[in-house]
Design a protein around this ligand. Structure first.
Ligand code: G3I
Length: 411
């Protein structure tokens, strides 16, 4: 017993140190979702926002907290119907307000979106186009919009929701007149107008849950790459329903199918809605927390997943109940700005992850079960990693050598 006492003491001290770091100080937080996500090696934790949220001081107070958010996406104001409602009539005022806001809060701006079948003005959706006139229209629109925002956009969702659930291409004015060529064309026009560092994304929903759609998106990326088109990333919207969110394993496998093609990925519109808000149980609240954690963790475990954007952070402005009556409560904050269990679960998970990283150095990412030695800010550690490259357990080299030294002394 005396021989193993030093080992037990040291291990207990190590564990206590970790758990105290991991505890949330809810009164005076020194960390938040964004700061922890960055500490875990990611680029941003962000949110959709819009100009109708500007005169809400409580909302702005949270949005501007650099610990919580480091990125924003305009929820509507860059869409075609709002930004060019009539031919040649560009209305940048609202989207400029969001751009200015992102700059003043020091947030990255994901720009959304250029070629989409929805929220089109009647002059686009209801006119008769020839392939030539529609090509010209796309060129004018995308060039004007992308040039206007220039380097303010970290990324553009160039083409949005081009696929049906069964993997075929969705009917739209663009597909119906130009065929599949409209997708490559949109990317090429955007690439010609954007600064070279701007990331160009294909963005869609249900890529996480619909196998045929997922495969079609993989093929789409391959086809664009084979044509020499610049595509830097795939945005997976991640509009989930409580209890129907794919497992962590499934989510990481989905992200990896795309990163294996050499592109970045991001959860671009994450929310997890209760199917029936009126009748949702305490259990469903905990399930929502688990679903959020699975999504956030999947992004951490996949090296080229750059960040997470929630599609509004408060139920007050969530799109869900307006589109799906009865469904909702999908966000991390309630409508009166209380942090939900899901918020605390995501934060607690991130705190634990970052605390372990600080002990062991950057073990996140990569594949393969094995034993790895890593030097981090707190010394050199030997860690055991799982098949996904995730750290399962670790012990410091200093601790091992002290134990060996003590054991030898006692023999
Ligand atoms: O601007 C008009 C306003 O003038 C009018 O008074 C009001 C009356 O309802 O409607 C306003 O337009 C609404 C628009 O949002 C701006 O607020 C539309 O009705 C409403 O349908 C529209 O909903 C947006 C939806 O896209 C449109 O498809 C949601 O806010 C927005 O969250 C949602 O976002 C999409 C992503 O862009 C793509 N992925 C799916 C996601 C959720 O549907």
């Amino acid at each position: 017993m005396t021989r193993i006492f030093p080992l037990l003491l040291a291990t207990t001290t190590l564990l206590l140190a970790t758990s105290s770091t991991a505890q949330s100080n809810r009164e005076h937080p020194s960390t938040g979702l964004h700061s922890l996500f960055v500490a875990a090696g990611k680029l941003y934790f962000g949110t959709a926002t819009e100009t109708n949220n500007l005169d809400d001081p409580t909302y702005q107070n949270i949005l501007s907290n650099p610990l919580e958010f480091g990125q924003q996406t305009p929820e509507n104001s860059q869409k075609w119907g709002l930004i060019q409602p009539n031919p040649g009539d560009f209305a940048f005022n609202n989207s400029d307000l969001i751009t200015d806001l992102s700059k003043s809060y020091n947030h990255l701006l994901r720009c959304h979106t250029l070629t989409w079948h929805s929220q089109l003005p009647p002059f686009v959706s209801a006119s008769s186009w020839t392939p030539d006139t529609l090509r010209q229209l796309l060129t004018t629109h995308i060039t004007a919009v992308v040039s206007h925002f220039g380097s303010a956009c970290y990324a553009w969702d160039v083409v949005n929701e081009a696929l049906n659930e069964n993997g075929t291409l969705r009917s739209s004015v663009f597909l119906d007149v130009l065929g599949e060529e409209y997708i490559a064309l949109s990317f090429n026009i955007a690439a010609g107008a954007a600064p070279p560092e701007t990331k160009l994304y294909y963005n869609d929903f249900n890529l996480e849950t619909s196998p045929q759609k997922q495969t079609a998106a993989v093929e789409l990326v391959k086809s664009l790459q084979a044509q020499g088109v610049k595509i830097d990333g795939v945005g997976l919207q991640a509009h989930f329903t409580v209890g129907q969110t794919p497992s962590l394993e499934s989510l990481t496998a989905t992200l990896r199918r795309f990163t294996d093609l050499g592109v970045d990925v991001a959860w671009t519109e994450l929310d997890v809605a209760h199917e029936d808000v009126e009748n949702s149980s305490e259990l469903a609240v905990e399930q929502q927390a688990e679903d959020y954690v699975a999504a956030v963790r999947a992004c951490i475990e996949v090296e080229r997943c750059v960040g997470v954007t929630v599609w509004q952070f408060t139920d007050k402005y969530s799109w869900v109940p307006g589109t799906f009556p009865g469904k909702g409560d999908a966000c991390l904050w309630t409508a009166d700005y209380q942090r939900k269990s899901a918020y605390w679960a995501v934060k607690g998970f991130l705190e634990g992850w970052v605390a372990r990283m600080n002990m062991t150095g950057a073990l996140v990412g990569g594949n393969g079960t094995g034993i790895k030695t890593v030097t981090g800010s707190k010394g050199t550690f030997v860690g055991v990693t799982s098949g996904t490259g995730r750290l399962v357990g670790s012990v410091s080299v200093g601790l091992i050598s002290s134990c060996v030294w003590l054991a030898l002394k006692m023999i």
